[in-house]
Design a protein. Structure first.
Length: 338
């Protein structure tokens, strides 16, 4: 595996200084190369701020705490590849203070617990590589760890390997909602996972080729939906492509965490193009034998492409037309219309 090169567009920018600057008296802060996105987050007070990130690569960890309600982060251009927030640490990376390792959530480049977060036109990445750290066994390396109700991402690139997007909730009993539209999400093992109610609309999921001798090489989804939550992950009008050989990936496996053994993972993939990288014969697999995927809430509806071919019907549970009416963006997000 090679480390990705994140290339930012060069241009004639007006550098606003070493610290974020106000724009026209509005609640807007601009971040330019040499500035810190985290410094801008720390500078906002109250709800409704916008942080505009100008083209550049910002190698830092960004943490948006719960009190930054209604915050918007957006790229300054139309291309999310222009503004990149990236860092490189994994679950098993040791903390500098010697207090242990970061853990999966702590490995994230971007973390948010704020309600009403909006992210638009950015790349969020974790470029930690297994090959560079053969001594580390905790290889989860998260690009974005998101909790907080009404979190919205549009035209965002989420790039990593294992556990790219941790779409979670603020508490075991919370049903926080997240919405992803026109996003690009790339990874290998369980790279979209967590217990949030999350809708992925018109998103592009891309699986990476791994230099391993076993199959599957990975899974796209690993939901851990709470049993009491009627809605888990919904992928609608999206597509799945692959850099790996045909049939090397599964759609999903259920994640039942040791700290929440009552979880009942839920995933619906509907009207989505599944490329040949998905194993059409057996598209789901167990994470642990005690929690077989067949007992989970995994369903499909009107998917297309070679990875959606139904050759073994019992391995491809389908929604009926009546059932499909309950698995839409509007139903999952309720009174929220992002």
């Amino acid at each position: 595996m090679r480390r990705r090169a994140f290339l930012a567009t060069a241009g004639a920018l007006t550098v606003l200084g070493a610290t974020p600057a106000f724009a026209g008296g509005r609640r807007v802060l601009h971040v330019c190369p040499g500035d810190s996105v985290q410094a801008a987050v720390d500078a906002v007070t109250g709800a409704g701020w916008t942080i505009v990130v100008h083209p550049g690569t910002y190698r830092e960890v960004v943490n948006i705490p719960a009190d930054k309600v209604g915050l918007t982060l957006r790229g300054a251009t139309r291309d999310p590849r222009d503004a990149v927030i990236v860092f490189d640490r994994a679950n098993g990376t040791r903390k500098p203070d010697g207090s242990g390792t970061y853990g999966t959530a702590g490995s994230a480049t971007f973390t948010s617990a704020a309600r009403g977060l909006t992210v638009h036109g950015l790349t969020l990445a974790n470029d930690w590589l297994r090959a560079d750290h053969p001594d580390i066994t905790g290889t989860q390396a998260v690009a974005a760890y998101v909790t907080g109700d009404r979190s919205s991402f549009t035209r965002v690139r989420l790039v990593a390997h294992q556990d790219t997007l941790f779409a979670d909730t603020t508490a075991l009993t919370a049903f926080d909602r997240q919405y992803y539209r026109d996003c690009y999400i790339e990874g290998d093992v369980d790279f979209v996972f967590g217990r949030a109610t999350a809708v992925f609309e018109r998103c592009h999921f891309h699986t990476l080729d791994r230099d391993v001798a076993f199959k599957p090489e990975g899974m796209v989804f690993a939901p851990s939906t709470a049993r009491a939550n009627p809605h888990g992950f919904l992928a609608v009008r999206s597509r799945v492509t692959s850099g790996a050989e045909d049939g090397a990936y599964k759609i999903a496996r259920p994640w039942v965490p040791s700290y929440e053994t009552t979880a009942w993972p839920s995933l619906v993939v509907r009207e989505t193009e599944l490329g040949p990288g998905i194993d059409a014969v057996a598209p789901y697999v167990d994470m642990r034998a005690a929690y077989p995927w067949q007992s989970m809430r995994f369903r499909e509806y009107r998917d297309t492409g070679p990875g959606a071919e139904i050759t073994v019907p019992e391995n491809r549970p389908q929604l009926t037309d009546t059932e499909a009416a309950s698995h839409t963006r509007a139903v999952y997000l309720g009174d929220w219309r992002p």
